[in-house]
Design a protein around this ligand. Structure first.
Ligand SMILES: NC(=O)c1ccc[n+]([C@@H]2O[C@H](COP(=O)([O-])OP(=O)(O)OC[C@H]3O[C@@H](n4cnc5c(N)ncnc54)[C@H](OP(=O)(O)O)[C@@H]3O)[C@@H](O)[C@H]2O)c1
Length: 303
């Protein structure tokens, strides 16, 4: 098992999070909650643990929390070596459902306390537009000691401002889509003003940026892969990253990006690839209104 020293980011409530985590979405191609799918997930996670990952990102909607729990239990490592994030399912926004589904996540992950729980999507067009009581219910889990840190995901500046103004509770992170083709800059400014850490989801743009000629030139210069260059671009600018790969050699590559530095001109060249809204790969948080069902468990993120 590889031992690594991974930099940590201190969140605004004092909790430390490893700057790189392992994205677990779609490790198993189907979200059917079957023992077979959980074994596929557990096998992928076991490889990631062996490569040195201790921070894992899952979600109620990925239907893979049991697979992650299996891998953690089988690792034999103490619980406090891991940093575990899960996210509230879109069908669970009512305060009672926040509580019930969170308790189920603890059971499925096989833990008594969670490190980070995120509201996965604000869903401003559902639940009468009330994501504030959902947020309040999440913060109560921290007050009860069941949760170390509460955060959000896919929150635009106005969504952030509303929950902060109406509850006085500031999320520790906002997990948002960021990669070289989708800079998401307006959200950065809002997060910075409230000391909210940014976690980049799809940090490699779901592999779409890896053949970019500008990034390929920079990769040749540093004798690194394009994936390593992109992850270093993120981490050097203070973002937390959660790349997903099912490939053990890539797991090693992605976690080993903390031993080189990109000069300012390389960071700027990658910044300049931003296509704005045209570069977005996932849903738009203002309009995303999808709730999973057993017959339709996977969103069409890229129709
Ligand atoms: N909060 C949200 O709404 C939200 C939304 C989407 C995703 N997420 C989180 O973000 C995580 C990552 O996002 P993602 O999976 O969409 O995209 P991603 O991490 O940007 O890209 C994953 C793709 O890149 C490939 N890849 C990874 N490392 C590579 C390397 N070193 N060289 C070449 N190819 C490489 C993977 O291939 P192989 O697997 O075939 O190796 C896979 O096709 C998810 O797992 C999930 O935890 C959150």
């Amino acid at each position: 098992m590889t031992q690594r020293t991974i930099p940590t980011i201190r969140l605004n409530n004092g909790v430390s999070i490893p700057q790189i985590g392992f994205g677990t979405m779609n490790l198993s191609a189907v979200r059917d909650n079957s023992p077979e799918s959980h074994e596929v997930t557990a096998k992928g996670i076991a490889a990631a643990i062996a490569a040195g990952y201790r921070h894992f990102d899952t979600a109620q909607m990925y239907a893979n929390e049991k697979g992650l729990g299996l891998a953690i239990a089988r690792s034999g490592l103490p619980r406090n070596e891991f940093f575990l994030t899960t996210k509230l399912g879109n069908g669970n926004h009512r305060p009672d459902d926040v509580r019930r589904s969170f308790e189920q996540s603890l059971v499925d992950l096989g833990v008594e306390q969670l490190d980070l729980f995120l509201m996965h999507w604000p869903l401003p067009t559902l639940y009468g537009g009330d994501f504030v009581s959902t947020w309040r219910a999440i913060t109560h889990l921290v007050d009860e000691g069941l949760l170390r840190a509460a955060g959000v995901s896919n929150f635009n500046p106005d969504h952030l401002q509303r929950i902060i103004d109406e509850t006085g509770r500031v999320p520790v992170v906002n997990q948002i889509e960021v990669h070289p083709y989708f800079g998401n800059r307006p959200v950065f400014a809002a997060c910075a003003s409230h000391d909210i850490a940014i976690e980049a989801w799809s940090p490699l743009g779901q592999a779409s940026v890896l053949a970019d000629p500008t990034i390929a030139d920079i990769a040749r210069k540093h004798n690194r892969s394009t994936a390593e260059i992109v992850l270093r671009w993120h981490t050097q600018q203070g973002r937390i990253v959660i790349p997903k790969t099912a490939t053990p050699a890539r797991m090693e590559q992605n976690i080993g990006v903390f031993d080189f530095t990109l000069p300012p001109e390389d960071l700027a060249a990658i910044d300049s690839l931003n296509k704005g809204e045209a570069g977005r790969r996932g849903p738009n948080p203002e309009t995303f209104a999808w709730i999973p069902t057993s017959s339709n468990p996977t969103p069409k993120i890229n129709p």
